[in-house]
Design a protein around this ligand. Structure first.
Ligand code: CTP
Length: 397
């Protein structure tokens, strides 16, 4: 993946700067051309010469020094980057980038790049958890689609214990490879369901729910980007069809059931992010229902089939089945029950009452539940959650 790719590696001033040396070396060994940009403060922890020796390329600090020798003025580096990695990124760097401050080589270059940006923050836990830092990271995600490689929890250099320790080298390099467009789903058939259903009451009325389809569409887009042959079975939503995806529209849960019955066995992976209605009106009036005086109006509902349970019954060996559980209470217990009942490999649970999670927003806060237990992810863009779900699917395969 990294062979002959140009990676610009920004290094900021923090004790984790020494780790940039190993990351640069590992990427170079995998065949990447690594170009380092250090901030002035980074020089307190690591030298230009270290990075130049390890990468075989110039490492720059000053915008105006040595341009003839190395031909590395910031625009040319910004253009050359296939991926722009900043590791470690300090709170100061995140603040400057989020505010659009471009006052040194690193910030001017990162602002000028069109390449995907991957950032591995590392700092004191209180600085990391400071709402200003968190807001800056949110801004960078939302405005620029920056990918963050979350720091881990551990004993920090300042002797505090908490989140702020730079992520593992392998995780940082994996994020760079993903940003380069790793085709790790090549040859796999992936079916994704998305959006709500509509259960007709009469020719003009229906029952539905708040599902926006965004999570399922993000999964379909990510799987296609990663090389899968993707079928997206979508309820009625107004989202653009992701590139390279075959889309089939359905309206009701019964229609979804029929589509899934016909298609489920040939798939390698099935991810059911749709929110099929559990009930439908027992009768669909042929004509528009009219008001009759002041009488209350009762709708009699009958149960729809459980699509995921049917898919679970048809599961073939090696196939991976993923379900969702959108809950407003008792997430963990409910997700555990659904895992068993629907014969799923794992459930992506979200508490839709939390801000930043659930319907119609671009972020989600999810927990994976499987036979081994639970793994909680932080608030991420739905596109990032999609990649994490696919990473987990690959692990299970
Ligand atoms: N699901 C399904 N068919 C249904 C209802 C849900 O296939 N009739 C799927 C959803 O796509 C999701 C999972 O089952 O992947 C869980 O959906 P959810 O609505 O959270 O659960 P239900 O099974 O409907 O359970 P409950 O109504 O008790 O919450």
């Amino acid at each position: 993946m990294l062979k002959n790719k140009n990676i610009v590696l920004g290094v900021t001033g923090g004790i984790a700067a020494y780790r940039a040396a190993q990351i640069a070396r590992d990427m170079s060994k995998k065949g990447a051309h690594v170009y380092c940009i250090l901030t002035k403060n980074a020089l307190n922890f690591i030298t230009q010469q270290t990075m130049e020796t390890l990468t075989g390329n110039p490492a720059v600090v000053d915008m105006f020094a040595r341009p003839d020798k190395w031909e590395v003025e910031h625009i040319s580096l910004a253009k050359r980057a296939d991926v722009f990695l900043v590791a470690p990124a300090s709170a100061n760097f995140l603040g400057k980038m989020a505010a659009g401050v471009a006052d040194d080589m690193l910030t001017t270059t990162v602002m000028a790049t069109k390449a995907p940006v991957v950032i591995a923050p590392a700092m004191n836990v209180n600085m990391y958890e400071n709402p200003v830092t968190q807001r800056n990271m949110r801004t960078l995600r939302e405005l620029l689609g920056v990918t963050f490689v979350e720091p881990s929890v551990g004993l920090l250099a300042c002797n505090d214990v908490g989140k702020g320790h730079i992520a593992a080298d392998a995780d940082i390099i994996a994020a760079v490879e993903r940003a380069l467009g790793k085709k790790d789903f090549a040859g796999k058939r992936v079916l994704v369901t998305a959006g709500p259903t509509r259960e007709a009451l009469d020719p003009v009325r229906y029952l539905t729910n708040k599902s926006s389809g965004k999570m399922g569409y993000a999964i379909a887009a990510a799987a296609a980007r990663r090389g899968a042959a993707v079928t997206l079975i979508s309820g009625p939503v107004a989202l653009e069809k992701p590139d390279g995806v075959h889309r089939v529209f359905i309206e009701s849960t019964q229609e979804l059931y029929r589509e899934m019955e016909a298609r489920c066995e040939e798939q390698d992976v099935i991810i059911q992010a749709a929110a099929p209605a559990d009930y439908r009106p027992a009768q669909v009036a042929e004509q528009k229902i009219k008001k009759t005086g002041d009488e209350p109006f009762d709708i009699h509902l009958v149960q729809n089939p459980d699509v995921a349970a049917m898919v679970g019954q048809h599961k073939r060996p090696g196939q991976i089945l993923v379900g969702f559980a959108a809950e407003t209470q008792n997430l963990s217990t409910n997700a555990g029950k659904k895992l068993l009942k629907k014969n799923l490999d794992f459930i992506v649970g979200n508490d839709v009452t939390r801000p930043g999670a659930g319907f119609d927003v671009d972020t989600n806060i999810v927990t994976f539940y499987d036979a081994r237990g639970e793994t909680s992810l932080p608030q991420l863009l739905k596109s990032e959650v999609a990649d994490r779900i696919l990473d987990r699917v690959l692990e299970l395969m």
